[in-house]
Design a protein around this ligand. Structure first.
Ligand SMILES: [Zn+2]
Length: 686
């Protein structure tokens, strides 16, 4: 049985996982034969040659339907449950300790959690924690006021109309630059505003109802609700019209338009950046990087097209929608109805504690991470992951040297870049200092506002300072990972060591190298060499290091993977967007291959001994299937295909494996089988 490990067991499982070295595994293999989760996930009614994803995982899916309070179930949910159990303990213990020092991490975590659980106070306060912002919006008289209030909303994490960001300069990664990009829209992606399909039309109609209902809960009259909700959709459709779609945001050069502040203002005169920067107390700004100049040009005419009352309603809606899940029950209910039920197919709300644990972890993740690492992370987790990471990197190097399509000069450059990839594994050496952040039991919404404002100010204070390359953008208790092209580094948080189901036994190297080596570390390293990452050099600068001929060959290969995924149908007529997902698909394919090759160097990888009836190679590929053991509601699937750059889980298994000859050999895949792809169209990049 697949066990959801909760509370204390988490530590034990991870400890077992990381305590193991390759040699230990071979001596303990007999203990794996019984109750081997990997084997228990299998649905033997399905043949590997027909649908390897379901073969590997459907046994588990049948036993574990999606809970009505979730949009998905599987490996991520199981690990998240385990992390939530630990974080819940951190939150509750902190909240129960009323004597902790004011300003300490415990005090902040405890009071934040307490304020979120204090529904009585939340109900009583109603909209009062937002009264300052609502008053500002109410006082708007001109389009200049619209922009100035929008700029102020950005300071508390509400970001309509424009996106302002201070980050490393893509062409000179050792300095910070100011980025002005197109804003995110109310619906997840541009396509939602124009797609004529029945599914998307329904969502648009529901969205208008959602806006109207939020206004109604605020106490606005019926005609205001009807008129303004329709006007807001028209306004957002105009914004969507001048926004780039996701695919068109993939070219880093097209998103890099460095210009003087004066030129940026000339492009959209109502956006007086210099006065916005002055209000942010930023000085000495010569240039900005405008991501999508045509968006700002378009925004200029949209600002004039809609009347002031519509703009006020639009900003009010943005403010309320951002905080709806944190306000009184009427707002929470409508927020859940639209954002969870309509958009993700979730039937009922999570228990309050879970919601507030996730929110506390979301806002104060750095503080919780410090305690999580100290009290919940077993010693040695970092070392085991680093060992796998180094092994994956060394097979990567061997692999690059052997590539038949790349010339020597480009190979040399690729190897320099590979060897320079920074590896942040586990948790940061130094923690962010949040001492200036004030948290109290008084008001949940005020706590959120102050925390978002702290993060905004943290970003502002970077301006003019040397780049801090030691910074982490993910907490240790986040089951995820990333590659940062401007730092040329992979970041793998500590909790990635968790392999669900292995409470009383150790996962064998086949699993560890599939899940941690392939799907996580190999995947992230490959991002340094995907359609986007490959355009950055070893120092994180957007700078070509390829010969023209090699780049051309690379592009031919990426075209093949785009075509492969374009052909996958997810739901009725909904196809994967091959171009939009290519970076992730390239990373999945590279990860699967590198994890496999690193595994082949372990004692288990070299042996032929079966465990649970499966050979080492078969276990590796089953483990790869396990790393994406996720089932989703149809609504969540559709949402993902339309707005996310990751392919749905099943295709993250079927897609890469059907390109790998060693997988064919392991499961006897032959011409004519559904998992078979002709040699001519099989993709091999890295
Ligand atoms: Zn990725």
């Amino acid at each position: 049985m697949f066990i959801h490990f909760l509370t204390k067991e988490n530590l034990a499982i991870a400890a077992l996982t990381i305590g193991l070295s390759a040699c230990d595994t071979s001596t303990n293999q007999s203990s794996l034969v019984e109750n081997d989760p990997l084997v228990e996930h299998i649905d033997s009614n399905i043949l590997p040659k027909d649908d390897f994803f379901l073969f590997a995982n459907n046994g588990w899916f049948k036993q574990h339907p999606i809970p009505s309070s979730e949009k998905s179930n599987g490996i991520f949910q199981t690990i998240q449950d385990s992390i939530n159990a630990d974080v819940r303990k951190i939150c509750e213990q902190s909240a129960n300790n009323t004597t902790s020092k004011k300003g300490s991490n415990e005090q902040k975590i405890g009071d934040f959690f307490f304020s979120g659980m204090d529904t009585l106070s939340i109900e009583k306060k109603g909209l009062s924690p937002l009264s300052e912002q609502l008053k500002k919006i109410d006082g708007i008289k001109s389009t200049n006021d619209v922009i100035s209030v929008t700029a102020q909303l950005q300071e508390i994490g509400v970001s309509p109309l424009f996106s302002f960001y201070i980050g490393q300069d893509q062409k000179n990664s050792s300095i910070y630059s100011i980025y002005l990009s197109q804003a995110s829209l109310g619906l997840p992606e541009k396509d939602y505003y124009f797609n004529p399909s029945e599914r998307t039309t329904t969502i648009r109609n529901e969205y208008v109802k959602h806006i109207a209902t939020l206004f109604k809960v605020m106490g606005k009259d019926a005609s205001y609700c009807d008129n303004k909700s329709a006007a807001i959709l028209r306004l957002e459709t105009d914004l969507a019209n001048c926004s780039r779609k996701m695919e068109d945001l993939r070219d880093p050069y097209k998103n890099y338009n460095k210009m003087s502040v004066a030129d940026a203002e000339k492009n959209s005169p109502t956006l007086q950046w210099s006065s916005i920067f002055k209000n942010y107390k930023l000085t000495n700004i010569d240039t900005v990087i405008v991501g999508q100049p045509e968006y700002y040009k378009g925004l200029e005419s949209i600002l004039k097209k809609h009347d002031i009352e519509t703009w006020k309603a639009y900003l009010t809606f943005n403010l309320i929608d951002e905080f709806a899940s944190d306000l009184s029950s009427g707002f929470v209910k409508e927020n859940f109805h639209f954002h969870s039920t309509i958009m993700q197919g979730v039937k009922e709300e999570k228990p309050r504690w879970k919601k507030i644990v996730e929110s506390t972890n979301g806002y104060l993740g750095e503080l919780i991470g410090e305690i999580y690492v100290r009290d919940y992370l077993p010693k040695g987790a970092k070392e085991k992951m680093l060992e796998i990471a180094n092994n994956v990197r060394s097979v990567y190097a061997e692999h690059i040297k052997k590539l038949d399509w790349m010339s020597e000069p480009t190979k040399e450059k690729a190897l320099v870049k590979l060897n320079k990839i920074g590896m942040k594994i586990g948790y940061p050496d130094k923690w962010k200092d949040l001492s200036a952040l004030e948290i109290s039991r008084e008001s949940y919404v005020s706590n959120i506002i102050r925390t978002s404002n702290w993060h905004f100010n943290y970003m502002l204070q970077k301006w003019g300072k040397p780049v801090d390359r030691s910074e982490w953008n993910m907490t240790p208790q986040t089951y995820n990972a990333y590659y940062d092209p401007t730092n040329n580094e992979i970041v793998i948080p500590a909790c990635n060591i968790i392999v669900p189901g292995y409470e009383n036994k150790m996962p064998d190297d086949a699993l560890l190298y599939a899940i941690i080596g392939g799907s996580t570390i190999g995947h992230e390293i490959t991002h340094g060499f995907d359609d986007q990452g490959s355009q950055y050099d070893e120092n994180g600068n957007l700078k070509n290091w390829w010969t023209a001929e090699d780049r051309k060959k690379f592009m031919e290969k990426t075209t093949l993977i785009v075509e492969q995924f374009n052909n996958y149908v997810v739901l009725d007529s909904l196809h994967i967007k091959g171009e939009n997902t290519q970076g992730e698909n390239i990373a999945d394919l590279g990860g699967a291959i590198m994890g496999y090759e690193a595994f082949k160097k372990t004692p288990q990888g070299k042996s032929s001994e079966k465990i649970g009836g499966y050979t080492p190679d078969q276990r590796y590929f089953l483990g790869f299937g396990f790393s994406w053991m996720i089932q989703q509601t149809d609504a969540a699937l559709a949402n993902q295909v339309m707005s996310n750059e990751h392919s749905p889980a099943s295709f993250r298994v079927i897609g890469p494996l059907s390109n790998i000859p060693e997988f064919y050999a392991a499961f006897g895949i032959k011409e004519g089988d559904k998992m078979y792809r002709n040699d001519k169209i099989r993709v091999k990049i890295w």
